[in-house]
Ligand binder design. Structure first.
Ligand SMILES: [Zn+2]
Length: 295
């Protein structure tokens, strides 16, 4: 099998498809490689970046401006803010292209990168941008406990760049309440490296732990919480899932899983527990757009 082919008087490696745009990009990159002393692996790697970044730019525009760049800018310090005596990064070539006459805004590909583990809502990180917030405070005049649940924008780079993620940064929401009330509990969702899962805001609240203590399957010892493995809750599928979520290793996990699979234990107990799902009426989830809307 040949590793090259010829088209329009030039030789291309076989990994360049017989398409005008691919060939134009390759020609430009091989001229750059010659000029700046780069090798074929550099061309191959950069070619992939160019393909992605210039996906919406028509081949005629690329061809004309690449020629212009090679003839007038490459190796010079002609740019307005850039110095092309050194090899330009794909981002620099991109912003140079955007500045050329005839460039149309809709050719810009918005590349947000991945949302962070704390805020992504799709497994591949393509969606996300929000963190949950749980706030529990006492209204001083009425001595009334209030619970508020909000969604605030994350502080990761992808959220910063995503134009469709709008709201108040989650820390600003929390700080707003902390400055307003003395007796306050405030939590936000985050990614836990140890248990490799997202810890929700609500589950961190003392209210959630109080509920577990009241139910008796969690005990409080030396200022921390621990499971009472003798409690029947831990022999249910829900209990096992919670133990795993909290990073607690059930001593009889294998045995319980085996029994659950065979339907020996758990069915009746499980029913009892699933009936105790918490209602959502004491918490209201909002996506505030401004601090004044929190008041
Ligand atoms: Zn994030």
């Amino acid at each position: 099998m040949s590793i090259t082919y010829r088209a329009n008087g030039r030789t291309y490696p076989e990994w360049i498809p017989n398409e005008k745009k691919d060939q134009v990009i390759f020609k430009f990159l091989s001229l750059m490689a010659d000029h700046y002393g780069k090798s074929m692996p550099w061309i191959r790697k950069t070619y992939q970046v160019y393909l992605r970044k210039f996906a919406k730019i028509p081949v005629e525009f690329l061809s004309k401006n690449f020629d212009d760049f090679c003839g007038n800018y490459m190796g010079t310090n002609q740019g307005d803010n850039a110095d092309y005596r050194f090899i330009p990064s794909p981002a620099l070539i991109y912003s140079w292209l955007i500045g050329q006459s005839g460039f149309v805004k809709r050719w810009i590909v918005t590349d947000f990168g991945a949302f962070c583990l704390s805020c992504r809502s799709a497994a591949d990180g393509k969606e996300g941008g929000f963190r949950q917030i749980y706030i529990r405070y006492t209204e001083p005049e009425k001595e009334e406990i209030k619970i508020r649940e909000y969604v605030g924008t994350c502080d990761c780079i992808a959220t910063d760049k995503a134009s469709n993620v709008k709201g108040i940064p989650y820390m600003s929401v929390i700080q707003h309440f902390q400055s307003k009330y003395e007796n306050i509990e405030a939590f936000h969702s985050y990614w836990c490296e140890e248990t490799e899962r997202r810890v929700s805001a609500r589950e961190q609240s003392s209210q959630t732990w109080q509920r577990r203590l009241d139910a008796g399957y969690v005990l409080e010892k030396n200022d921390s919480y621990c499971p009472d493995w003798n409690h029947s809750y831990w022999s249910t599928a829900v209990g096992l899932a919670l133990a795993e979520m909290l990073g607690w290793e059930h001593p009889n996990r294998k045995e319980i899983e085996y029994n659950l699979k065979r339907g020996i234990a758990g069915a009746a107990v499980e029913k009892r527990w699933t009936g105790q799902r918490r209602s959502r009426e004491d918490g209201k989830v909002d996506v505030p757009r401004s601090i004044s809307s929190l008041l």
